[in-house]
Design a protein around this ligand. Sequence first.
Ligand code: PRX
Length: 566
Amino acid sequence: MSHIGSYESRLPNFNWAISEEELGYTPGGKINIGWYCTDRICEMGKAQKKALIWEDYQGNTKTYTFDDLRVYSNKVAQFMLKTGSQPGQRICLFMDRIPELYISFLGVLKMGGIVQPLFSAFRDESLFTRLNNAGTTAIITQKKLLPVVRKIRDQLPELKYVIVPDAGDAALREGEIPFVMEEGPRVERFDVYPSTAETPSVLHYTSGTTGQPKGAQHVHYSLIAQYLTTKWVLDLREDDIYWCNADPGWVTGTSYGIIGPWSNGVTQFVLDSGFNAERWYSVMAKHRVTVWYSAPTAIRLLMKEGIELVRKHDLSSLRHLASVGEPLNAEAVIWSQEAFGKPFHDTYWQTETGCIVVSNYPGMPVKPGSMGKPFPGITAAVLDVKTHEPITVPGKVGLIALKPGWPSMIRGYWNNAKGYANKFRNGWYLTGDRSSIDKEGYFWFVGRDDDVINTGGHLVGPFEIESALLEHPAVAESAAVAKPDRVNMEVVKAFIALKPGFEPSDDLDLEIMNFIRKKLSPLAMPQEIEFVKSLPKTRSGKIMRRVLRAQEFGEPIGDISTLEND
Ligand code: PRX
């Protein structure tokens, strides 16, 4: 049994006011996530408590107290205002997982800016699309990423300030401003922007089937859901050392890698380094990590390295394990029970939901392979594909849908009212995923209901890849679809019809892969290219990715009555 009460005991009379009261928030009053994660924790007597234990790929470690978070985020906030940024402007964070990333996130919120975190592996075209859509006015980045920013700067007239926290003695260009967070006077006092519940906070870009990535727009009130779900689902307690594997370029890294743990006043560990099984176990043993929020791809990679490696480390500090981002297969849950003596608890949610909506709770029996049950306060159902009415038959597959209105639901897609309106049917928000519900109320994930590719827990939109492919001189038309993969669950496969005068070859294959890696990111790079004479299309000329995807997965193709060229 967990300290927060059983799932069943929490269901009746649930009210988000529980969270509001714990946070001392009065409806209609001020609420600023940056303040809640720093000043408030200090006011609660935890100023000298460790907030962040940070380690880089070389093993260098830095530690920050909640008071450090407070004064450094004040400094970021003050600096942004002084250099000309204003509340309501979109300020992009484009950095590796360095301390400045975490602290700038809070600092920008404190000055009323809208934080736009972007994954540091993005290259110019991916970066451009998102900055252009958001009308971003400032970007905080690293010296090593300046070449990417410089490449697109001229095409972004609204982008006025490029802030560089690690500039050192680098030769900066006009509009590039050095910022040193940790030297110079401390900024003890800063008048935090008086944001209220509906003030925009975070803008996360996420991929859909159609069009370029959409900016999922969150508000400060999201804290109410992020705080409570962190406490109840991730089971964070006063003395925990919490480790979230996710990068803040994605929603898990902000909702549960910044806002959740710090608004709970909990110490978190951050590793600014890629995957390495030996290293991961070592850092968990060294820092005595107690709660670990990971992802299926990472768990599958750990499984490949075997249980002997686990046994070489003292992981006795681990108390609770959770996972998110992709289907957590039953074998992974069973393996973790054997390897760590505890199961990974699957949690399900999305950029748009802002918080965990379906999950396995501490203390609730885990059914390996199931995502668990809706969080109290979340009404989740599976809907009939045609009628959009909830399915009441246990085991029958339908569309996962949520009743709108929980605190951290996005308030819209940036500049895209139509895209947002499209997510609703019959009074329900459609997640775009399919699942069934068993007779005990557990959800069983089946798959996505669209063409989005989930590679290693990262969503990649086919349209973004296909648009970039078309810029290659040899490509006449293309389709990007998911292909099954043992570790990453899915990888990108591109079907390409070449322009006259171009012949398929291994060299061209590699060239196109690299072309995408350099334009977009390693995630979007096709792992396989198949050259074809033409692509399956509907009579109206729309490429039917569904047919190609089904072929890759060895699944029935379904209704192809609208197919043009068969
Ligand atoms: O398809 C679902 C999958 O990831 C999507 C959300 O991705 P994103 O918005 O990037 O947010 C990722 C982190 C919350 C979902 O629509 N997904 C997420 N969690 C699970 C999952 N699929 C299966 N099981 C999960 N636990």
